[in-house]
Design a binder for this molecule. Sequence first.
Ligand code: ADP
Ligand code: ADP
Length: 230
Amino acid sequence: MNVIEVNDLLKRYPQRTSKEMLTAVDKISFHVKEGEIFALLGPNGAGKTTTIKSICGLLVFDEGKIKIKDYDLKTERSKALKQISVVLEGSRNLYHRLTPIENIQYFVGIRGKKISKNEALDILDFLGIKEKANEVVYTLSRGMQQKTALAVCLAADTDVLLLDEPTLGLDVISNVEFRKLLTNVKQKGKSILLSTHDMALVEEIADRVAIINNGKIVVCEDKKKLMDVF
Ligand code: ADP
Ligand code: ADP
């Protein structure tokens, strides 16, 4: 079963310097299968963030169709969005003045659900940051902030996670730890769509990879097959 289907997604942005529109994502199609880690791999400006933000409903796209599980994002928006949670680049979707526990309780709350403090602590423990539960997010390291953002996703308890550049700005140790955590999260039965320019991340944890450049998908392959080519 596919948990995400993107068909002919097109997004253009107006530009400050000219009247012409910039095509950030140019009719791309791909799907994410249940239980897999699917990576969108590409350089800066390739269209990764635009794709992720279109799927999680933060950006209005111009053309194409996005389906999340059984729901069409345009016609069944709230049902579609209930199926996913997202970690934006730089954990921008956290409240940095709140603690990890408060972030978890707040974001679970706006989904109309409840989570006890102990349940939240269990999630932080699973991610190895239980001792930071009551420290304000902006005082934490980048790695800890990313783990907090991931904790919020796990607390939301959706089957599908979107992660935009999850290892960007992490030091070597945090990067290795975070990769391992994502593998553990997958083993919980979650499906993950991530964007990255980090080849090592893809090599280590992705099941399938789409290489994106200039708003177009150049290759979409099983990682193993792709690695044979390089
Ligand atoms: P990536 O995440 O792969 O770095 P983005 O999706 O952020 O790529 O950007 C794709 C292209 O769209 C880039 O050329 C970027 O400059 C442009 N872009 C992104 N957001 C905007 C915006 N709000 N307004 C205008 N151009 C944008
Ligand atoms: P990245 O390209 O590193 O993935 P984002 O796409 O998240 O970063 O861009 C950060 C913010 O800047 C977003 O709100 C995005 O819409 C905006 N942005 C990105 N590129 C441009 C651009 N060329 N012109 C205007 N805004 C842009």
